[in-house]
Design a protein around this ligand. Structure first.
Ligand SMILES: NC(=O)c1ccc[n+]([C@@H]2O[C@H](COP(=O)([O-])OP(=O)(O)OC[C@H]3O[C@@H](n4cnc5c(N)ncnc54)[C@H](OP(=O)(O)O)[C@@H]3O)[C@@H](O)[C@H]2O)c1
Length: 303
């Protein structure tokens, strides 16, 4: 199996590079072609959709794994055209190429396709209603992939973080070193999900590619089990970081409402994803989000 992997300098792409390496020939790519830690891969700029076919023609992958995306949720409100090209038009081009060449496309999407107006976990077939540009462009990408007729897996995930790159956990640890007290939103509920867990699920799904047909393809929700608020996540991060010796002490933590922390993009209040379909069809489930946090904190300790 020859796998073209996009965005290996992002959180998920980085973990996928490690997790997918044993499965076949992996062709890593980034926007510039430069790989994190040195070396070079395929340059692939998803904001230039017209350039995509040539790269795919040159690589001839049997599987395309596409974690690359325009992920700046707030900035997307003022750059909707760029977000649309990367999150909607590029996946459409990749999907059309995959449909023509009978290649499998593994793509990632987001809990932000939902409006968050429930208090029970969202199922794959619940009606999407994104609140912002990022969610709307990701949904357009999903729709284009489904319309292309290519064999695909779309893994919707949420609140992704890892020991590397920019994310909520890294921001909290940095701010804890700078301030005595932090105010964190307590009325948005979700499931913090490790990039590593998501990459491992992807590797499991791709380990038996011949079995990927019928209901084993399509859209699946993939997040760690359980739920918390950003405030609850921050609290758990500080407790574990102090225990692990990453912080001398936890900062004061104040719970605030979303209305007290205005951002350009509106976010869903409740975006926990129901993962029963992944468990029923593939027998795969990620453990509780606190287990994922322990893994990432453990990794940070070894740096
Ligand atoms: N992060 C989350 O909380 C979250 C939540 C739900 C769903 N997701 C989805 O999960 C997937 C992985 O997210 P992540 O957290 O790993 O994102 P990330 O860390 O922001 O990485 C995104 C990657 O996409 C690349 N990229 C952006 N624009 C590009 C372009 N024009 N051409 C080529 N590459 C480009 C980035 O490269 P540069 O760094 O060079 O720009 C980076 O490598 C995405 O599909 C995202 O929508 C993420």
């Amino acid at each position: 199996m020859r796998i073209l992997l996009t965005g290996v300098d992002g959180q998920l792409g980085f973990e996928l590079q490690r997790a997918l390496a044993p499965l076949g020939e992996l062709v890593p790519s980034t926007l510039t072609g430069r790989l994190p830690g040195g070396g070079s891969g395929r340059p692939l700029d998803l904001s230039q959709p017209d350039s995509i076919d040539a790269v795919l023609d040159a690589v001839q992958p049997s599987v395309v794994v596409n974690p690359a995306a325009y992920t700046a949720v707030d900035r997307a409100e003022s750059e909707p055209e760029l977000a649309r090209r990367v999150n909607a038009e590029a996946p459409q081009r990749i999907a059309n190429w995959c449909a023509r060449h009978d290649a499998l496309l593994v793509h990632y999407s987001t809990d932000y396709v939902f409006d968050g107006r429930t208090t029970t976990p969202w199922r794959e077939d619940d009606p999407p209603a994104p609140l912002g540009v990022y969610g709307a462009t990701k949904l357009a990408g999903e729709d284009a992939i489904r319309a292309s007729g290519c064999r695909h897996l779309i893994l919707r995930t949420a609140w992704v973080y890892s020991a590397r790159f920019a994310n909520f956990l890294k921001t909290m640890l940095r701010l804890a070193g700078e301030r005595g007290e932090l105010a964190v939103v307590a009325d948005q509920i979700g499931a913090p999900t490790t990039a590593r867990g998501l990459a491992e699920v992807t590797a499991l799904l791709l380990a038996r590619p011949e079995r990927l047909e019928g209901e084993r393809l399509g859209t699946f929700h993939c997040v760690h089990a359980g739920q918390t608020s950003w405030h609850g996540f921050a609290e758990a991060i500080f407790t574990r970081a102090v225990d692990a010796g990453l912080l001398p002490r936890a900062p004061g933590l104040r719970a605030i409402a979303t209305s007290e922390y205005p951002t350009p993009a509106r976010r869903p209040a409740y975006s926990v994803l129901d993962t029963q379909r992944l468990r029923r069809v593939h027998g795969i489930a990620l453990p509780d989000w606190r287990c994922g946090l322990d893994t990432v904190i453990g990794e940070l300790v070894t740096f």
